[in-house]
Design a protein around this ligand. Sequence first.
Ligand code: GDP
Ligand code: MG
Length: 440
Amino acid sequence: LGGSLAGALARLSRATVVDDKAVAECLNEISRALLQADVRFETVRDVSSRIKAAANLSALAPGADKRRAVRNAVAGELCRMLDPGEPSFSPRKGQQHPSSVVMFVGLQGSGKTTTCAKYADHYRRKGFRPALVCADTFRAGAFDQLKQNASKAKIPFYGSYTESDPVKIAVEGVDTFRKEKCDLIVVDTSGRHKQEAALFEEMRQVSEATRPDLVVFVMDGSIGQAAFDQAQAFKQSVPVGAVIVTKMDGHARGGGALSAVAATKSPVIFIGTGEHIPDFEVFEVKSFVSRLLGMGDLPGLVDKIKDAMPADELKLIEGAFTLGVMRELFQGMQNMGPFGQILSMIPGFSAQLIEKGKEKEGQAKIKRYMTIMDSMTEKELDNTNPKLMNESRVKRVARGSGRPVQEVAGMLEEHKRIAKIWSKLPLRDRRLNTNHRDPL
Ligand code: GDP
Ligand code: MG
């Protein structure tokens, strides 16, 4: 994939005139590259049409940089393919939370048992008290393998050599570690070689009996075309909420991961990069897409595309759009490039804050708003009661910030308007990028 996708973009950047035909050719090549990397046809068709729409060349002003528009669109759409929108469940630590239960599913040989230990160890390093449960009674030696891994990482484990009912062991293991107040209980399951009805029935039963907070689908990164069907089959039996792709240290190029995300509508959370416990990385969209684009081939171009991608750490704001959230948003913007571009990246905001053609004034206005908010208390910033900011508070803030009362009132009005739009956004769009880099 890497070579030809990067090749397609390279040809595009060499073309002196980037007209619609050149863009169409580029899109065809990108599609071919994705297909070669075992991305499903449907996904490829989908992403290609979305790149076309996102680049929206006919809507660009004359003289605008079309090449940049296409690069941005490719970067954005590849990221979006890897981002199903909802973040997955994160285990919680501490006595105030009930134990988090995470169940691992996947075919035999996908790397489940190894990955369970890596995952538990990852959280152990973060101060969790994890535990491992071996509910694989199908494969001889499964318990020994888990025991070995667990001992290496000094993680308590539960399993049996004689019990043959996986549901019983899973329940006993989870109960045992719940009583011991472990923060994170990881349940390893059996895999079998094939996707067969008995396996999925077993997964369904273990899941219903243990009620996991998260089901992780583990996938061998090199399985390619088979990924979509495999992931979908598991998703149909158990509520898969996250994907881990293993064996990324080998020849895997990642096409299968895109399919798994599409099939499960769940994010990739980690990747496995070797047989040992530390060979485990938090999944990073940027480096993964770099890999897809064939980093090293065309460092300059790939860097530009990477910079155009949204930062990995988009902060999801689940609650109300308070003044404090607005302030954080403005702060993030200050590190960014040309203003119009920035605002268009945040849903619903461009028209609300800055009139077209008045970007300079808009920027100055936002600076003044920041000054005003600097004079507000934490309580006022975090507040969700529209009546809190009464006349005396407005006067105090105006005095403190040295701005006119009307301007403070005006800001509060604008904030209300934006908060209303915000409250109607789907959760996936309620994200703030507080770590913006200058886009292309
Ligand atoms: P399970 O059958 O799904 O439980 O898979 P295992 O955990 O037993 O792993 C199957 C094989 O893949 C073992 O030989 C592991 O050492 C190996 N393996 C697992 N994860 C990785 C990985 O990220 N990279 C490499 N190179 N090998 C891995
Ligand atoms: Mg196993």
